[in-house]
Design a protein around this ligand. Structure first.
Ligand SMILES: O=C(O)CCC(=O)C(=O)O
Ligand SMILES: [Fe+2]
Length: 360
């Protein structure tokens, strides 16, 4: 539909009318139980999502997920305008899940591991899972939960501050195509947020500039931590070279474009807190200001409830999270998170060998 047609259409605001492009499937209770049991069996046989044997078999194992989910993910894979794909109605046995930990380091608990396994299996229907050496100790399944002292920081462990919209790992050419989130707990049903570019509404002048490498995106704090780059900030396993590389990217960020892809299915790369126009480029600064305002205006809530599993398309959409009040009493919001890439080979220069899934 052309912009003109959209503008003339009566009814809802045309800018918002097709804002939320979410593909969804509500599991039947039988499928939900079957999926979790399958994950439980995989965990029993392989021990962990990072076991090389599991990673080698993951695609075959994912074919054991319910047919309706596989159909949804197949359709999602081929949809280049979707913002996210959601599987609702997953079983979360709250009574068997221990208290929400206060730090990601303590969050790979025995009770919660099966949900990470299920998330990894779902993710494998879209791609191959990867982690980052400089983030949460290179874990393939990360945890999103509020941490005392981080309330106001630019980290996913913040709470009173809004987690501002971003492309996941926007600074890196190896960023994943999908960010998967599985909601284990959320007492206030705190929404994740999404925004995207409305192709028909991008002025030609801005599109031309945004498609050129006239911008810089710095590594976000999740790759370093509050004390700046260094092993103390997030990882005990990352090599010093991985932190050196991050340091270099912070000092000399390469020039990148913020928009790419087909004009009617744009690929976006931006992090509101870590992007800037190159020094002295007023036109790039103006185009960036336009894009930021556009994404701000299109931001919408995606409620994440217990049992929701959501895969955000990291090409079409930016995401963030609304603020909430952390209680630190064991009942706080808790999500498992995973990255999935469509072409594992592309990140091989940053991985030590073919079966290493950790980008360093
Ligand atoms: O907490 C959320 O809903 C989103 C978290 C997020 O964006 C992240 O962990 O990168
Ligand atoms: Fe994120």
């Amino acid at each position: 539909m052309s912009v003109k047609t959209l503008r003339q259409a009566p009814g809802p605001d045309p800018v918002r009318a097709d804002t939320a492009r979410i593909l969804r499937h509500a599991l039947t209770p039988q499928d939900a139980r079957a999926a979790l049991n399958h994950a439980r069996r995989c965990l029993g046989s392989y021990g962990s999502v990072s076991a090389p044997r599991f990673l080698a078999d993951a695609r075959m194992l994912a074919s054991g997920l319910p047919l309706a989910v596989r159909e949804l993910m197949d359709a999602a894979r081929l949809d280049d305008r979707k913002h996210a794909v959601m599987i609702t109605g997953n079983v979360v046995a709250d009574g068997e899940l221990g208290p929400t930990p206060a730090h990601w380091r303590e969050a790979d608990t025995e009770d919660s591991r099966v949900y990470g396994m299920l998330l990894a299996l779902y993710a494998t229907l879209l791609g191959d899972i990867v982690g980052w050496a400089t983030q949460q100790a290179g874990r393939l399944i990360a945890d999103v939960l509020p941490t005392p002292g981080d309330e106001d920081k630019i980290l996913n462990s913040c709470s009173s501050r809004e987690l501002v919209w971003h492309t996941e790992d926007a600074f890196s050419p190896y960023r994943a195509e999908y960010v998967g989130l599985s909601c284990l707990r959320s007492p206030d049903a705190t929404p994740t947020t999404l925004s995207s570019v409305r192709p028909g509404l991008v002025p030609q002048w801005a599109r031309d500039v945004l498609r050129q490498p006239r911008f810089e995106i710095l590594p976000d704090n999740a790759h370093s931590g509050p004390d700046g780059p260094g092993p103390s900030a997030g990882s005990s396993t990352a090599s010093p070279q991985a932190f050196d590389r991050l340091d270099r990217l912070r000092r000399e960020p390469p020039a990148v474009a913020l928009l790419d892809g087909a004009p009617d299915a744009p690929v976006l790369r931006i992090d509101r807190d870590f992007v800037r126009a190159r020094e002295g480029d007023a036109e790039a600064a103006e185009a960036l200001a336009w894009l930021v305002a556009h994404l701000d205006a299109n931001l919408y809530d995606l409620p994440m409830r217990v049992g929701d599993v959501c895969f955000i398309d990291n090409r079409t959409s930016v995401h963030g999270r609304r603020p909430f009040r952390a209680r630190y009493d064991g009942t706080d919001r808790w999500l498992k998170r995973v990255n999935a890439v469509c072409d594992l080979r592309r990140s091989r220069p940053a991985r030590s060998c073919a079966d290493d899934r950790v980008i360093g």
